[in-house]
Design a binder for this molecule. Sequence first.
Ligand SMILES: Nc1ncnc2c1ncn2[C@@H]1O[C@H](COP(=O)(O)OP(=O)(O)O)[C@@H](O)[C@H]1O
Ligand SMILES: [Mg+2]
Length: 269
Amino acid sequence: MSSARDSSALLAATARPPDRDDSPAQSVVDLSGVRFSWTGAAPLVIDIKAMRVGRGERVFLRGPSGSGKSTLLSLLAGVVTPREGSLRVLGREIAVLGSAERDRFRADHIGFIFQMFNLIPYLSVVENVTLPCGFSQRRKAHAMRAGGSVEGEAVRLLEHLDMGAAEVLRRPVTELSVGQQQRVAAARALIGAPELVIADEPTSSLDADRRTAFIDLLFGECAREHATLIFVSHDATLAPLFDRSIEFPGINRGSVPEGDTRLSAGERK
Ligand SMILES: Nc1ncnc2c1ncn2[C@@H]1O[C@H](COP(=O)(O)OP(=O)(O)O)[C@@H](O)[C@H]1O
Ligand SMILES: [Mg+2]
């Protein structure tokens, strides 16, 4: 990417930085009357009256397959925009941003762990982790401050996630175990301290012990960086680990098959 584009985007980003108050009274996510369908005529996939996530919260978002969880995450990340309603992330109304601004916002402020990890097979472990710093001057600057260099910060994060051994760092990502790939994906989401970390079913391919261990690691890293975590899964047994659970069919009135009995209370502790 061009450095001219980078620096103008950086200026735009620094002109109106989202404030970084760590109090949970500050909303990181604030939805009101949000409706979304993938195509104009199709039924609503998302119809959420209200949903709020405070700063520093670790929220578990549970719902069955097809209930629109990943769609909501795409809305939060500004990949798509709502048809109606207000969707504020870090105080910013996402729908009023143009698509390039949304790309910039996502790169600067959101770390995403994908279900299939989406590691780049031809890049090394460290290059995979430093990737977001190539798209965000803000995260690059933060990583350099924290680790001396972006590569130094990548190695530091990988060490925290028990992936620092030279032999592991040298291995092609395609030869890593699923658990190791997942930790590389976590380090990539965390580098440069994005305020919001989103994980879309990242533990679905792990056994129960490794699932809990991974969530503990993620909590530790998010706490250190004062990041807010939204963690999606269909596995209800993980819910007690989190500060709060949101039952997705309870808050989302879209995408629910006829005759389904939904929870009337949207959120439960
Ligand atoms: N990119 C997309 N284009 C069109 N339809 C989609 C897309 N992603 C998801 N959907 C549809 O939206 C609905 C909700 O899917 P999704 O958000 O993936 O649910 P979940 O993550 O809870 O399994 C499904 O009917 C799915 O087919
Ligand atoms: Mg999904």
